[in-house]
Design a protein around this ligand. Structure first.
Ligand code: C2E
Ligand code: MG
Ligand code: MG
Ligand code: MG
Length: 285
């Protein structure tokens, strides 16, 4: 029954639209209180280096532990906060939490592995991102290399000149800047050409496809070769299986992040993971 299925589909779609609208209203209504009440927390996902056989970095990923809706993943609220501007404050909260964590790690263990944070495109319109970051380094007595900044492609299409200037300025102050989700958008190559970044994070869509498509593999190998020729770093995102890992290693990738090694962990879990992997990565599959 064609008409019936159409109606079913329609009402389903309609309902999910309404649900999305309600969810967005809830998100906007609760965000201020959530920040105040520390319902946002920072999880850390290890970045592993195969050659060195150890954890060389981590990425900070925000989570929202909502009192009635439970754990809300960032994909549900980041875009809402980018539209209403709240992301600027949330990002600063995350950066501050990361610096506090880095200082604690430094005091406890004497060594620090760098942590990267996501930087929303909105910061490239504000003029005080650099001052805020420099203030954090002073407050927590950290070197700029310890805080890596991940920026994504969409920011570049918005405002290429402003972004290029920001990136240059950040790097002059010693920050490490990485292009996030590299290859997922339309301006990857332009960005690579125009932005003097330290490295890229290869989007996980590549990793997902390399097993199935020879073309994806060819493109991936070319990207790896190109990035190396530019003397930049490359972190592969979304490594989930041993086969993917073996393939990536065979084409010269060293730094990897993904569920194969670890999901994003709470601060405490992450510190334990570091200790457990001190002698080497050796994952049990
Ligand atoms: P992203 O920056 O590309 O972060 C990587 C995402 O991939 C994370 O999702 C991570 O949990 C997920 N991931 C890691 N390994 C695997 C894997 O092996 N398989 C699969 N399928 N996924 C994997 P998450 O935590 O849900 O974050 C989603 C996005 O939200 C992030 O993508 C980032 O763009 C944004 N985001 C997260 N935290 C922040 C933040 O503090 N500030 C801003 N502005 N954006 C954030
Ligand atoms: Mg990222
Ligand atoms: Mg990102
Ligand atoms: Mg990414």
């Amino acid at each position: 029954n064609v008409k019936g299925s159409y109606l079913t589909r329609y009402s389903y779609y309609d309902k999910s639209m309404r649900e999305r609208m309600f969810e967005e209203q809830m998100i906007v209504r609760d965000m201020e209180f959530a920040l105040l009440e520390r319902q946002f927390c920072v999880y850390l996902q290890p970045v592993c280096n195969l050659k060195a056989d150890r954890i060389v970095a981590a990425e900070a990923l925000v989570r929202w532990q909502h009192p009635t809706h439970g754990m809300i993943p960032p994909d549900r609220f980041i875009s809402v906060f980018e539209r209403n501007g709240f992301i600027s404050r949330l990002d600063r909260f995350v950066w501050t939490e990361v610096c506090r964590f880095l200082q604690a790690q430094k005091q406890r263990t004497g060594t620090v592995i760098p942590v990267s944070v996501n930087v929303s495109r909105l910061h490239f319109y504000a003029t005080d991102m650099l001052d805020f970051l420099l203030g954090l380094l002073r407050t927590y007595a950290l070197e700029p290399e310890m805080l890596r900044l991940e920026i994504d492609e969409s920011a570049y299409t918005d405002n290429p000149h402003q972004m290029a200037r920001c990136v240059r300025e950040l790097r002059e102050h010693g920050f490490i800047v990485l292009l996030d989700d590299f290859g997922s958008g339309y301006s990857s190559l332009n960005m690579l050409k125009d932005l003097p970044v330290d490295g890229i994070k290869l989007d996980r869509s590549f990793v997902r496809e390399v097993g199935q498509s020879a073309r994806a593999g060819t493109i991936m190998e070319a990207i790896v070769a190109m990035v190396k020729k530019l003397a930049m770093g490359i972190v592969v995102e979304g490594v989930e299986t041993k086969d993917q890992l073996a393939y990536l290693a065979s084409i010269g990738c060293e730094d990897m992040q993904g569920y194969y090694f670890s999901r994003p962990l709470s601060e405490k879990e992450f510190a334990e993971f570091l200790i457990r992997k001190q002698g080497g990565l050796e994952m049990d599959d």
